[in-house]
Design a protein around this ligand. Structure first.
Ligand SMILES: *Cc1c(COP(=O)(O)O)cnc(C)c1O
Length: 451
């Protein structure tokens, strides 16, 4: 029997990130200034991001060196192992070979520290002392809190209220790493106060929390803002995962046929699949499948339009699949997938037909997660469970057709802080939210009038 854990030696860890921008099949629509409708320049972003990250955001260099200080920290958990899911294959009775690239070994339990550490490093280099951010399920907030501890930076986190209430242990983890965490909407910002005036019981949303964090950062000259997903530089930092994956598949003489990931803002899946997109564009037959919740069906149902990244309309306009920046998704447990938009880079590839998308309900997703936990042992995050569901469907198709495909699950994180969600599932209390058609139509009506 072949290896179960495919371990890349530290000496083989990639030393550069892969920037997909020069290899895109169509030009990326630029971010626009909402006031003028003109493309924004670096100076527009300088108040909230360090210059080096702004440069990466628009870079056309295919390979970008990873600074030594970042590589040294990556080695606390990288290279991450690739697992062969023998027991899941056996349970499903599939001829497919299923692998999972496991990002749950980072100190915060997900892929998010890959970019948190990089962003903290560039902020520190440029003299920033405090970083403000938002968090959904708490994974990004805890990843940035970890990075803040490692680089001695103050971290302020606006955490979506529904998750703050459902997942108190994530807040405790952030505080253990020295960060301050507030349930959003708060009364600390104009954006938060405006929402509370309309709806004092607002469950919050990533869009609202982003508004609060940007406002806080913009008002403090010592502070900057960090985003855990969506932007090009975040996708860039995550490509270390896919680059490692490529080397690991080569170690066991595998050729990728299918990769499945879950998409909130798009970063973990972009990181895993972008290094393979070039192969697909060059003619290799690879299915690249993004999965998302039916309750927040950005890639499967939304129009491809310019929209704001946040509720208070503080961000530039980004061209993406969007449910409308005022859309507040139903309170599903995969908090990290409750975002109205998606990374422009990933959206472009969906629009070009390079990446396909599927949506699933909560209960079928948790069924898949439990199947995984009872065969492979590891309990996935509810976000990750979406792509496990997608991969199981693919493996079952192989059972019908007899195809011996190589399927990779982009395993983005563990579910150890999500046990309340598993408890609700086991009690039969998880609601399957239908596609919230009326609320989405309402939100889409508020899109800016730019195609
Ligand atoms: C945040 C998160 C996601 C969703 O964010 P992306 O930017 O789409 O990757 C998925 N899985 C886990 C475990 C997360 O923490």
């Amino acid at each position: 029997m072949d290896d179960t854990r495919i371990i890349l030696p530290e000496s083989e860890m990639p030393q550069q990130w892969y920037n997909i921008q020069p290899d895109l099949p169509a030009p990326l629509a630029p971010p626009l200034n909402p006031g003028t409708g003109e493309p924004i320049g670096p100076e527009d972003l300088a108040p909230i991001f360090p210059m080096e990250l702004i440069k990466q955001e628009v870079s056309m260099e295919r390979w970008i060196d990873i600074p030594d200080d970042i590589l040294r920290i990556y080695k606390l958990w990288r290279p991450s192992p690739l697992f062969r899911a023998y027991r899941l294959e056996e349970y499903l009775g599939t001829p497919a070979r299923i692998y999972y690239k496991n990002e749950s070994f980072s100190p915060a339990g997900s892929h998010k520290p890959n970019t948190a550490v990089a962003q903290a490093y560039y902020n520190k280099q440029e003299g920033v002392t405090r970083i403000c951010t938002e968090t959904g399920a708490g994974q990004w907030g805890s990843a940035l809190s970890l990075a803040g501890a490692l680089f001695d930076l103050d971290i302020t986190v606006y955490m979506v209220r529904i998750s703050y209430d459902q997942k108190p242990y994530r807040r405790m983890l952030m505080e253990a790493w020295g960060a301050e965490c507030f349930p959003s909407p708060t009364d600390r910002t104009e954006a938060g106060r405006a929402i509370l005036a309309q709806d004092p019981d607002s469950p919050g949303s990533l869009g609202i929390a982003i508004s609060e964090a940007i406002e806080d950062a913009a008002k403090d000259p010592e502070a900057k803002y960090a985003l855990g997903s969506v932007l090009n530089h975040v996708m860039l930092h995550q490509t270390i995962v896919g680059l490692e994956l490529k080397k690991q598949l080569a170690m066991v003489d595998e050729k990728l046929d299918c990769i499945v990931g879950c998409v909130g803002g798009g970063s973990n899946f972009a990181g895993q699949c972008f290094p393979f997109v070039k192969d697909k564009l060059d003619g290799q037959d690879i299915d690249i499948i993004a999965t998302e919740p039916t309750a927040c069906p950005t890639l499967t149902q939304a129009p491809y339009r310019y929209d704001f990244g946040d509720t208070a309309e503080l961000t530039p306009l980004l061209k993406m699949y969007t449910l409308g920046h005022s859309f507040v998704p139903p309170p599903i447990h995969a908090g990290g997938l409750r975002y109205h938009g998606n990374a422009p880079l990933l959206c472009l590839l969906v629009n070009q037909g390079v990446i396909e998308a599927r949506a699933f309900h909560q209960n079928e997703v948790f069924d898949a997660a439990i199947t995984f936990a009872r065969t492979e042992g590891s309990l996935p995050a509810p976000e990750t469970a979406h792509c496990i569901k997608g991969a199981i469907d693919e493996a079952l198709k192989c059972k019908e057709t007899g195809e011996e495909k190589c399927i990779v699950i982009a395993y983005s994180g563990h579910g150890h802080f999500d046990l309340a969600a598993y408890d609700a599932y086991h009690r039969g209390e998880l609601e399957d939210y239908e596609y919230p058609e009326a609320k989405i139509q309402e939100a889409l009506a508020t899109l800016p009038d730019i195609e």
